[in-house]
Design a binder for this molecule. Structure first.
Ligand code: GRF
Length: 224
């Protein structure tokens, strides 16, 4: 199969990709799909920002790109309902929601349609820190300003807390020689672009074991 047709194939885990901005992780995921490393089909790209560059990138790849901003008066739930309704109106509902720089906190209502029998929601995110350190925004800047020797990246399943949920993969990198936040971000993004597609390779087909802590509060994920 040629790389040009791979995005259209009916093989592969159907995913919806969510992003609010630039879309460099989108690029990395598309490259992995085209190279045949990642068995996924991007059904659509959804952004809450009408002018997000990721939308144009998706259209260039002939992937449906939807801008669904949260309008004044929308609660988080009603905004999410519009997104879910739009997804349900399509021929095929995505098996996974893949978040790549999607700057919204999701509610239980969004997670529920993606819930698996094993208890987790099929919603995965990449966060630019070694969670639970530096949740929230500007995490590379937070690590740099704190004076950390190392920064990192986490890929995790999403639960109802912010930047929480079972950790799938985590890697760190030295920032001792970095003189600016931009330098940290450059190194971090290079790591993200490798780690996210690589982790999705086993997360999307759900080739992992899960283990619950005795108090049932924390779920651990290990590739199987
Ligand atoms: C990345 O640093 C990602 O970890 C974070 O938001 C940024 C998105 O970058 N959640 P991009 O839009 O994929 O280029």
């Amino acid at each position: 199969m040629s790389s040009a047709t791979r995005l259209d194939t009916h093989l592969g885990v159907p995913i919806a990709l969510f992003a609010s901005g630039r879309g460099s992780n989108f690029d990395a995921i598309v490259a992995a799909v085209k190279a045949g490393r990642l068995n996924a089909r991007i059904l659509c790209v959804i952004s809450d920002q009408a002018d997000a560059p990721v939308l144009e990138k998706a259209r260039t790849q002939k992937i449906p790109a939807w801008s669904l901003p949260r309008v004044p008066g929308d609660s988080r739930e009603s905004h999410e309902k519009k997104i879910l309704d739009a997804l349900r109106a399509e021929k095929e509902f995505p098996r996974f929601a893949v978040l790549a720089g999607y700057m919204r906190v999701l509610t239980e209502n969004f997670l529920e349609p993606f819930r698996s029998d094993r208890g987790y929601a099929r919603v995965v995110n990449i966060h630019p820190s070694l969670l639970p350190a530096f949740p929230g925004r500007d995490s590379y800047a937070q690590a740099f300003r704190y004076g950390c020797k190392r920064a990192g990246v986490t890929v995790h399943l999403v639960d109802r807390e912010v930047d929480s949920g079972p950790i799938c993969a985590q890697e760190s990198f030295s920032i001792e020689s970095c003189r600016s936040v931009e330098e940290v971000e450059r190194l971090g993004l290079a790591l993200e672009h490798r780690l996210y597609p690589q982790t999705l390779e086993w997360v999307l087909p759900e080739k992992f074991e899960i283990e619950n802590d005795s108090d049932g509060r924390r779920m651990r994920v290990r590739p199987s």
